[in-house]
Write a protein that binds this ligand. Structure first.
Ligand SMILES: C[S@@+](CC[C@H](N)C(=O)[O-])C[C@H]1O[C@@H](n2cnc3c(N)ncnc32)[C@H](O)[C@@H]1O
Length: 193
């Protein structure tokens, strides 16, 4: 019998630490660049985004506002041998949950990193693929950052809401009717915008 694939072996670790939606940043303490409350991406939408991004072991994937890290763990486990991933999360509670899950998935520990940081001030120059699940006002705040990433050849998948100023290459509707939008450099339109 062949050894289980990494995904089969560690999928339970991700599920065990996956959290239900609860906004742990209390009202009144939201940072200026607050891009969205915590709400996790469901498995169907994760799969749609992963298929659109077409990840390989050569990619550097970011989840901007990564919550409990579930999208990045799913991405890591979907690529044979894994890939480099960085999750950026402002809220310490979710950031710590990411680290707890990471401690249970040894193969991910060399490749998956979490930064307790603000997406608005995070350097994304090494990103080749980006996942976002943020509210429209949050996407507007980082729209120029995302456009710059596309100019450098990055691919972007955005769950639920579209990124302002871009034409999606593709939009998939998931089972519940929620959308996943995919963007690449052609989304910037004529003249790069
Ligand atoms: C809708 S949740 C998405 C979680 C995760 N990406 C997923 O799809 O399951 C948005 C997350 O962004 C985080 N967030 C909001 N503003 C942020 C900022 N400026 N920098 C880093 N994280 C932020 C929130 O704490 C929350 O966990």
């Amino acid at each position: 019998m062949s050894a289980p694939r990494t995904e089969e072996k560690y999928g339970d670790s991700v599920a065990r630490f996956a959290t239900e939606a609860s906004d742990s940043i209390v009202e009144g303490s939201k940072p200026q660049g607050y891009l969205a409350p915590f709400n996790p991406t469901d498995v169907t939408a994760q799969q749609a985004a992963l298929s659109m991004l077409g990840l390989s072991s050569e990619d550097m994937l970011y989840d901007l506002g990564c919550g409990d890290g579930r999208f990045l763990f799913a991405a890591f486990l979907s690529v044979e041998g894994g890939l480099n991933c960085i999750g950026v999360e402002f809220d310490r509670i979710y950031y710590e949950r990411c680290l707890t899950t990471l401690s249970t998935i040894p193969p991910a520990q060399d490749k998956v990193q979490f930064h307790h940081a603000d997406v608005c001030t995070t350097d994304l120059t090494d990103a080749t693929a980006i996942f976002v699940y943020l509210v429209p006002a949050g996407l507007k705040l980082i729209q120029e950052k995302l456009h710059d990433c596309l100019r450098r050849g990055c691919r972007i998948a955005s769950y639920m809401f579209s990124v302002p100023g871009l034409t999606p290459v593709k939009t998939d509707s998931t089972k519940g009717g929620c959308k996943v939008h995919f963007y690449d450099s052609s989304s910037l339109g004529v003249g790069g915008e």
